[in-house]
Design a protein around this ligand. Structure first.
Ligand code: IVH
Length: 735
């Protein structure tokens, strides 16, 4: 790999990992399996190690996934909460042992082997034996105070049994049992609400609810296994700790192993694998820890994880079955995706008869043919996927798959034209077929479901099935048509068939009517996202929503036109460079003309950057700008705008106003996750604030990022509010 390729790949991986961190830790809605996530992260770490040149202090490989969200008070942990190194392979596990033998200069090492619980990490503080606080891991040093929600957990004693230390932080995992998970989902299904994907996501989502009564209705559970600060020290090994936790009356793991040497640890990992499906909590691996606390201290930690422990993760469950056929699904953007129709097979608690094949390139790469025996895998929440085929056992007549042939060159839903397009896939850019008919029924249903989804306008009650039905009956063409449907029509909607009717009902219909009313008042950024403007994802929608007054302003956006203009100027500058090798000037006169032009271009660029484009982030690039402008200039966009106007829906942008920081002084320290220092400074100045180099009592805020230094300490000592980038951006927008 060339350094340039590495740099590009590193940037791609960082963006991916950061995105999946956000989905997993903050939103509790992962899009990919842990296994795939770990693979991405591993590849990134390896590239960063090989190409030190591109290492960066704010890479997601160097930080603990941040779970903090708005609405909770942040509390510092007395002792940092770290994460764990993990591996899927025995050799690396043995290398972990070899490292410790070297570090500690003895090969007589005792370990505990414990279940790795698939929940969310929490730290409980007991003072004089009384439960006082529960805090999430947050970014390791400080997390969200979720005490009120943790108090709803029935199995958690308010007082430790027996003698207790003056103060102790006990760490563990909050989880939801499979049974409770299924109960909640059954209830949601009855109400026509979107189903949750897996117990871990529900547990993580529940602990971040602001309504403790709702939390109490979902019966969370907890199990404890670790120690933070403890004064005075009362235990000296992990086994002692496990016994102590039990003696205090707290829930502990069902089983752990105390072993000597790595061979015994490996054997215990195998035993745990046999048992783990019987536990109340999901167990996705084994955690191997040095037993002795003195030895733990002697090995120390890296900035992210201890050297004395490692997680061995089990491979996701898989099964073998026959691929009967491949059908094609059409998504909301019109992309045609292949779906495996399987001989039903039992896997991880349920029977599977369909699985994703990702895309045509993947099918070819894995040499999967209709009729093949295939291995399918289900990793936690995500849709089961076909992993591989067994060409050596291929039956005669197993046929290679061509998506184009399978659909006869037309969209299988609407019969419209399909075209080849480039798409982003996990392994980089790929090609796919796309239905070009914006009014295709599948696309319409997809867009309506998305419009109503929780991340968009949260019109609960309109899930996939309801959306498909509304479109099928031609009750909704574009999502805003939902507003035209009277309660009566919704209530009498038949989701079943003529013989077996399933009537949606008045209660569900009333909910939709209430939710769509609330959605009217949501800001531009939400609406923009909800309307499925091509290439406008959540982040882009947020940025655009903060920079435009309303949809009309956006449809004719000076900012987006400036983005395109900048790109055109940059391209011209490149192409017409006086020193261009590809396109050399033909004579001296042309060279000097180009030089003059270049000076003029630079001046134009400076004007743009300092003016309309000031502070516009890289997410809003030329392809987004082109897509958004084209969309609103075209038939679909104009139609949407007209419908919204007729409905009197005019979502307002949260335009940043100069003056939000008038009279405020900021001090910056550390590396922010997305903003460059200069960008943050520019935003402060633009909003009327001041930036200073040192912290004093007069400082209004310290804006702190990763690896913040003495300024942060000083702020804490003086009681100056410390904010992170998210809080900063929130302050910047009007409340
Ligand atoms: S010990 C210093 N033990 O897994 C870090 N962690 O992927 C010590 N986890 O952050 C953590 N079960 O939230 C430990 N038996 C167990 C665990 C466990 C689950 C979680 C924990 C940790 C994460 C790392």
């Amino acid at each position: 790999m060339t350094p340039a390729d590495a740099q590009q790949r590193i940037a791609h991986l960082r963006a991916q990992v950061t995105h999946h961190d956000e989905r997993y830790y903050r939103q509790a809605q992962p899009e990919i399996s842990d296994f795939d996530y770990d693979r991405l992260k591993r590849e990134l770490a390896e590239l960063e190690e090989e190409f030190l040149l591109f290492a960066s202090a704010d890479s997601p490989t160097r930080r603990v996934g941040d779970d903090r969200v708005q609405g909770f008070v942040e509390v510092a942990h007395r002792q940092k909460m770290l994460s764990l190194d993990n591996t899927y392979n025995e050799t690396e596990l043995r290398a972990f042992h070899t490292r410790l033998v070297k570090l500690l200069e003895t090969d007589d090492l005792r370990y505990t082997v414990e279940p790795k619980i698939d929940g969310l990490a929490v730290s409980l503080t007991y003072e004089e034996g009384k439960f006082v606080r529960a805090v999430t891991r947050g970014q390791g040093d400080r997390g969200d105070d979720v005490t009120a929600n943790v108090r709803t957990i029935a199995s958690l004693p308010r007082t430790l049994h027996g003698a207790a230390p003056r103060i102790v932080e006990i760490r563990g995992e909050i989880y939801l049992t499979q049974a409770e998970f299924e109960r909640i989902n059954a209830e949601r299904a009855k109400e026509g609400e979107e189903l949750y994907a897996n117990p871990r996501n529900v547990a993580a989502g529940t602990i971040k609810l602001l309504d403790a009564a709702e939390v109490a209705r979902r019966k969370l559970d907890i199990v404890l296994y670790g120690l933070g600060a403890c004064e005075p020290a009362v235990v000296h090994s992990q086994t002692e700790l496990q016994e102590k936790i039990r003696a205090w009356g707290l829930p502990v793991v069902e089983r752990y192993w105390k072993v000597r040497g790595i061979d015994a640890a490996w054997a215990a990992i195998g035993e745990l694998d046999q048992l783990r499906r019987t536990f109340a909590y999901g167990t996705d691996g084994a955690v191997v820890k040095l037993d002795d606390f003195d030895q733990q201290r002697n090995t120390g930690t890296t900035d992210k994880s201890p050297r004395w422990a490692i997680a061995y993760k089990y491979k996701p469950d898989s099964a073998r079955t026959r691929l009967k056929s491949i059908t094609i699904q059409v998504g909301k953007t019109g992309i045609l995706s292949p779906v495996a129709e399987l001989e039903p097979v039992f896997l991880s608690l349920s029977t599977i008869s369909r699985a994703t094949l990702h895309n045509e390139d993947e099918i070819r790469r894995k040499d999967i043919r209709v009729g093949d025996l295939v291995e399918i895998e289900r990793a936690g929440e995500v849709i089961p996927a076909v992993l591989r085929s067994f060409p050596e056992e291929r039956p005669a007549g197993a046929t290679a798959f061509s998506l184009f042939d399978a659909v006869g060159g037309h969209c299988p839903v609407c019969g419209g034209k399909i075209a080849r397009v480039e798409v982003d896939t996990e392994s980089g850019l790929g090609a796919a077929w796309k239905c070009e008919n914006y009014d295709c029924r599948a696309q319409r249903a997809g867009r309506l479901g998305f419009f109503c989804s929780r991340r968009a306008l949260a019109i609960d009650g309109v899930g996939e099935i309801v959306a498909a039905k509304l479109v099928e009956l031609d009750l909704v063409r574009d999502p805003p048509d939902l507003y035209d449907l009277p309660l009566e029509t919704l209530a009498t909607l038949n989701l079943g068939t003529g013989e077996e009717p399933r009537i949606f009902g008045e209660k569900n219909a009333t909910k939709i009517v209430a939710a769509r009313k609330v959605a009217r008042g949501l800001p531009l950024e939400k609406w923009l996202y909800a309307l499925s403007v091509p290439d406008v994802g959540e982040t882009t929608a947020r940025e655009l929503g903060r920079r435009h007054r309303n949809l009309a302003d956006l449809a004719d956006s000076a900012l987006l036109r400036a983005v395109l203009e900048r790109a055109a100027l940059e391209e011209e500058k490149d192409r017409e460079s006086p020193n261009s090798k590809k396109n050399p000037p033909k004579d001296e006169a042309e060279r000097s003309r180009r030089k003059m032009r270049r000076i003029a271009i630079d001046a134009e660029l400076t004007t743009l950057e300092a003016g309309v484009l000031a502070g516009v982030p890289s997410e809003v690039g030329p392809s987004v700008a082109a897509s958004a402008l084209a969309f609103f200039a075209g038939e679909p966009g104009r139609r949407l705008l007209a419908k919204l106007q007729a409905l009197g829906i005019d979502p307002a942008g949260t335009v940043m106003t100069a003056g939000a920081f008038t009279g405020k002084t900021f001090v910056l320290t550390g590396t922010l996750p997305t903003l460059k220092r200069e960008e943050a400074e520019q935003k402060i100045l633009a909003a009327g604030g001041k930036v200073s180099g040192s912290v004093s009592k007069k400082t209004s805020y310290v804006l702190a990022g990763a690896e913040a230094g003495s300024k942060l300490e000083k702020a804490q000592a003086l009681g100056v509010p410390v904010i992170d980038e998210t809080a900063f951006l929130q302050l910047l927008g009007p409340a």
